[in-house]
Design a protein around this ligand. Sequence first.
Ligand code: CUA
Length: 335
Amino acid sequence: MCTVSPRVRVRFVRVVLALGLATSACSGVQSALSPAGLEAERVATLFWWMTGGALLTWAAVLALALVCVRADPSRRTPSRDRLLIVGAGIVVPVAVLTALLIGGLAMLPAVTVRAPDARLQITVVGEQWWWRVRYDTPGAPPVALANEIRIPVGERVQFVLESDNVIHSFWIPSLAGKIDMIPGRRTFLSLLATEAGRYRGVCAEYCGTAHALMAFDVHVMDRPSFDEWLAQQAMPAQAPSDPLGKEGQALFGAVGCSGCHRVGGSDATGDIGPDLTHIASRDSLAAGVLPNHESSLVRWLTETDTVKPDVHMPAFGMLPQASLRALVAYLNSLQ
Ligand code: CUA
């Protein structure tokens, strides 16, 4: 009879707990195993088949090892040994891996990268370390924003991806696979989101110090809400009406913000940093690093390089509190 020592039992419990913790990370706004898009569903299906195949191969090899260690030597014959080694050590792994390879290759064309007839085309440029986003809709004014993408549910969307600095990789795990953004080239990714909601995109290629601090928010919405949002984003910013906001707008030019940032409808036409025309309508600041609150705006303006090491934007901690309050009031007015 097989007896299990207390030590083995403790190890078993630890493994089960670790597996539980690992699988608890399989849901949420940034999980390829909790798909909300057609392409992500295919990727997840492939992942589970690969995992099943890997487990099958592992079990066959483990069984072979156990037989070698445990089998009664008096009952072993050279022909039985050969059969076991060839069967569990060669035939099973080769059959499983070949089936997985054929299945995986057959699935590749289904994860489409080009969709020339997609109604919506969005250009995303990988910057250090944020995302420049542009909507070019025929017959409508272009829309520029940063670190936030909104798309309609149930419609195919074509992404055109670029970089003018280093290689980044565009990945919205819940919606589709990933693809590199390569300097001097254009790459393409198309996806169809099947569930409305809020998701998170990330950079999946190490691109420098702040690689892990370069995320973006993705909203999948119904068509009417999307149209309304896009029309609002195409509008110029409303000039602030309150004195503090007006003071902030003047400071935005005086301290140099407007040299790098554009605010549509104002004198700020900088193109180096993110477009801030509707920054107050976004979920997060600094490419998904901080929630978009008044206090985090102050933190971003004063501790810029602590929040995001090696960022190109200088910190403005030298500004008096009153000036910071005015700047924040202006930025908050950019709905
Ligand atoms: Cu961009 Cu990593």
